[in-house]
Design a protein. Structure first.
Length: 485
């Protein structure tokens, strides 16, 4: 990505105006205000894609250390700037991205998708559900939703469309390609919301909820998966039908898709030893993440989620499924560790320096004057939090910038902590539906040319409403049954 001078100048200008021009408000320390200046400048740089996000993160770490906004001592300042890189959450997501490379290298991800299509691919909607099922199957161990939706599922979707001569180049995308591309994309935000390890920003939500509640609320892998399973499954079941009704494919029956999938499975041959190992590691990680040993044998056998990820990666390296070169070449994993650590550090110090509590109290006062109670407040906050994503090109930047403040306001106004955490966590994934730049998967699928900009934004707005109503509606009943409020 080339350096973009105009967005860079804007990011610098915004930071300088906040730091030097806007007076420090009453109740805010200069250090907190200066950290806000650096933080907003970083977010503007990310949105403007001044440089790759990892490079922006390195610059942010350097500026925090140089300016001494966290501590006047140079040694303490650099220690603070690097403090988040010891966070298990960062390494959980980074190592999981490395593990997901095994799905691509062994071909297991493609095999899973072709298997479902070979069974359910007689009709176009069956192909759509097959792609959705494959997306769901690999979501728990693919924390890069871009790698999952754009790197694994999308090439298969395009191959199927091309086999029916449904391509943008031929002007025949409406035969089947447009519909499958939309399903390919809109499965991605839903599966991302169903597991902590299905997209990179989810562990950040866990960390922010933990800090906001003083560890009173613990969103473990199991808690998240159980809480989101029913709402997520309902959304996955409805999504292909909704898109089918709005943008139906011209070709409704696709017996050739089953043959196409079976031919590809035949070409792949028998399940290889490496694929079997990958399946075994997949199963082992799910068992440990779900705390099944603890449920059977007692809490003393409970394994930390990040330790589980390291066990999975170690197993793949020892068995030769992944080599160390594979790990080193997994640039997205190392990139995630770098930028994730910087953003968590800055968000953490905004909270420690008191800026989040000050901002939250002001929003609280504004909403409090409306007299809508905590239920009305949660509705307003959730809708604003979700639809403000039209102004963001990164879910991580969005969540880092706004989650803590919105969550704190809801808690102050009386929202049940676990309930509100789950609502905002769901909204943080549903917002990916909105635009062709909403998350990394979006430009991959949009740039393939099957869906026009107008169609993308129209179906995005519709699916955001459908997902929000279904997810939160079903969630309220399910979470009440689970005793979360």
């Amino acid at each position: 990505m080339p350096f973009k001078p105009i967005p860079a100048a804007l990011a610098i200008l915004v930071s300088l105006i906040i730091w030097f021009v806007i007076p420090v408000p009453n109740g805010v320390t200069p250090a907190a205000w200066h950290m806000l200046a650096l933080f907003i400048g970083t977010i503007v740089a990310i949105i403007g894609k001044v440089l790759p996000i990892g490079a922006i993160a390195i610059i942010a770490v350097t500026l925090v250390a140089l300016t001494g906004v966290t501590n006047e001592s140079p040694k303490e300042a650099i220690a603070d700037a690097l403090s988040s890189y010891s966070s298990p959450l960062i390494w959980l997501i980074g190592v999981a991205v490395m593990i997901s490379r095994g799905l691509i290298k062994t071909g297991l991800g493609r095999r899973i998708a072709y298997y479902f299509i070979s069974i359910f691919g007689k009709k176009t909607i069956g192909v759509a559900y097959s792609l959705t099922a494959a997306e769901l199957m690999i979501a728990p161990i693919t924390p890069s939703n871009t790698a999952r939706g754009g790197g694994i599922i999308h090439p298969i979707m395009r191959s199927i469309a091309q086999s029916f001569h449904s391509t943008p180049e031929e002007g025949t995308q409406k035969k089947i390609g447009r519909y499958l591309a939309m399903v390919n994309y809109h499965a991605n935000p839903i599966t991302s919301g169903m597991f902590i390890t299905a997209t990179a920003p989810n562990p950040l939500v866990v960390d922010l909820v933990n800090k906001a509640t003083g560890s009173e609320i613990q969103l473990s892998w199991t808690t998240w998966a159980v809480a989101m399973f029913i709402p997520g499954m309902l959304c996955l079941l409805l999504m292909p039908l909704v898109i089918y009704l709005i943008y139906p494919p011209d070709v409704k029956v696709t017996p050739d898709a089953k043959k196409f999938a079976k031919d590809n499975l035949t070409e792949m041959g028998q399940v290889s030893t490496q694929e079997k190992i990958m399946l075994g590691v997949f199963a082992l990680m799910l068992i440990l993440w779900a705390n099944i040993p603890a449920l059977i044998f007692g809490e003393q056998l409970n394994v930390d989620a990040t330790t589980t990820a390291f066990i999975g990666l170690t197993t793949l390296i020892l068995t030769g499924v992944l080599t160390w070169d594979d790990v080193l070449k997994e640039k997205s994993a190392w990139d995630t560790i770098i930028w994730f650590g910087a953003l968590i550090m800055m968000a953490s110090y905004l909270n420690k320096l008191g800026l989040i509590s000050w901002f939250s109290s002001n929003i609280e006062s504004m909403i409090g004057t409306l007299g809508v109670g905590w239920v009305g407040a949660v509705v307003i906050l959730t809708l604003v939090y979700l639809y403000i994503h039209y102004f963001f090109a990164s879910t991580t930047a969005h969540i880092t910038a706004l989650f803590a403040a919105f969550y704190a306001v809801g808690l102050t106004l009386g929202a049940p902590p676990m309930l509100y955490a789950l609502i905002l966590a769901a909204a943080g994934n549903i917002m990916m539906t909105l635009t062709h730049y909403a998350t990394g998967t979006a430009p991959v699928i949009f740039n393939s040319g099957y869906v026009t900009l107008g169609e993308w934004w129209s179906i995005g707005a519709i699916m955001s409403v459908v997902n929000l109503v279904v997810w939160i509606g079903a969630g309220l009943l399910w979470w009440k049954l689970l005793g979360y409020y």
